[in-house]
Write a protein of this length. Structure first.
Length: 274
């Protein structure tokens, strides 16, 4: 693997440099469309979260932040190794770094496999617990009850105590006297009853898990695509196709993989840490 195959540019380009510049411009334009795709989904995320913030808080607590952290570390590591692969290709004079390029790309692909394996276990757990999207969510009433308990614990509210005769009598007495404590009780009563009416029914929980599976599932598809692209680049690297004057496929594959990593860096805190 210490040899290289000289690259000849296509006939409609003046030289390799113009061909590389055109390819990078095309990749950047493609990445912009990918950002626009996920931007629309992030808007949906914002709308649903603003409409049901408390439900969102409790539902997101059902995600395993440890698995999310592991996957974040895996993707950051893979971005580092693919960047090293690009650098190795850029400084490959006569094929002496062919093995290094192949090894770094192979490690990046292994990291991608690791990410998908962790995601498989995470998805399996959610499916088993019935934390799904759409009508599938309502087929698991035990999951809904579990979320209701989570809401009670999150806000530390005892709804039955608010309707007890003792509480209502105290509220009436304080209100008649016009005391500061009475105003506080009125505010607490109104806000808590509002929460009780809206939060204790967590049928909207399927909205969170719908957004979760949509965002992470689409990202997973991009991981698979990125793996496929890097595998193709790896095969070419084994043939000695990349050197200091031609490394465009390695660089473009790296750019795509960095986008995959960047998207996850946004998804992790928005879904797991809110």
């Amino acid at each position: 693997m210490s040899t290289i195959i000289t690259h000849e540019h296509a006939h409609h380009f003046y030289d390799n440099e113009q061909q590389a510049s055109s390819a990078k411009l095309g990749m950047w334009l493609f990445l912009v469309t990918e950002v626009l795709l996920f931007s629309g989904l992030f808007v949906a995320y914002t709308v649903v979260k603003s409409l049901h913030p408390e439900m969102w808080r409790v539902a997101s607590s059902q995600l395993d932040w440890v698995m999310g952290s592991v996957n974040t570390l895996v993707l950051i590591t893979s971005s580092w190794t693919v960047a090293l692969a690009v650098r190795a290709a850029q400084t490959n004079e006569k094929g002496e770094k062919n093995s290094q390029i192949v090894g770094l790309l192979a490690f990046t692909i292994l990291c991608a496999f690791g990410f998908l394996i962790v995601k498989y276990f995470e998805y399996s757990h959610k499916i088993h617990d019935g934390l799904l999207w759409g009508k599938s969510y309502f087929n698991h009433p035990e999951a809904i009850e579990h979320l209701k308990e989570g809401i009670k614990q999150t806000f530390s509210m005892d709804v039955t105590a608010l309707s007890s005769p003792e509480f209502l009598a105290g509220l009436k007495a304080h209100t008649a006297a016009g005391t500061h404590d009475g105003q506080h009780l009125i505010h607490h009563y109104a806000s808590t009853v509002t929460y009780a009416d809206t939060l204790m029914t967590v049928e909207q929980g399927h909205l969170f898990f719908g957004v979760y599976f949509l965002l992470t599932g689409l990202h997973g598809i991009h991981v698979v695509i990125g793996m496929s692209v890097l595998a193709w680049v790896l095969v070419l690297a084994q043939k000695g196709r990349f050197y200091k004057d031609y490394y465009t496929p390695v660089e473009l594959g790296g750019l795509y993989w960095h986008l995959v990593d960047l998207i996850w860096i946004y998804l992790f805190p928005l879904l797991y840490l809110v």
